[in-house]
Design a protein around this ligand. Sequence first.
Ligand SMILES: [Zn+2]
Length: 281
Amino acid sequence: MWIDPLSRRLFRGAGKIPASEGRGPIVLMYHSIEADGKRPSNIWSIPVKNFKEQLQLLRTRGWHTARVSDLERAEKLPLRTVVITFDDGYANNFENGFELLLEQGMCATWFIVTRDIGKRSGWTDPKLPGWTILSKTQLRQMAAAGMEIGAHTRTHSHLPELDPPTIRDEVLGSRKDLEDILGLPVTSFAYPYGQYNQDGITAVRKAGYRVACSTRTGWFGSDPDLLQVRRIAVFSHDSLATFARKLAFADNEVGWWKMAKYAARRVRSRLFDKRFLGTNN
Ligand SMILES: [Zn+2]
């Protein structure tokens, strides 16, 4: 589990500023988790080995996990809190996600496309290997173990392209589908493709959701809008060092060029501080 010294240092300082001061929890977004030895078919499908290392890093460095619905009380969450989310509900998340989290004493939230529960996903590229969606039994088991199950529409639709009755069917319908399966209230939602407009936000609120996740990046507390929660994506090509820097910067883009610009800004602000102090003394 090697991480270069700079990324290690940046990660050590991460998660120490609360939501009330503009930072707070970081919400991570995952999709498919591939079994050992299987090559990820795209950037959204990460090897289970990487996922295990990421969980281990979080656990050994004192990070806490929370669920999306806990963001309603973000000010009560401890420092170094991460909210792990999985979009779509791929069946490989059961063994390679849910069971691993359970072993580590961690929790997460899943956003499920309800039409395809227990079947092959109907919206993904047919040329890609078949990805099936978690079954009803698996979803019940996950909810019973303390994981949160949220909705991600019925058909993984592009919400801004739909008329109001269809938006309502996708948003409210997926909530009802899950509540029928789980026998529990479903209060969290994620916009498919991260796409939404004001009509989408209104439909989500009217359908009774309390929290909805977008794909805008940043710390939760940088703009604590519960119906447009910011998230950081974890990709198949992320190294453990990149993952650590993502938690330090709450951004998807944490390449070395960006790090160099950050370092230059720090140097500039220190110089400015010295000059400022000099003129006042
Ligand atoms: Zn999705």
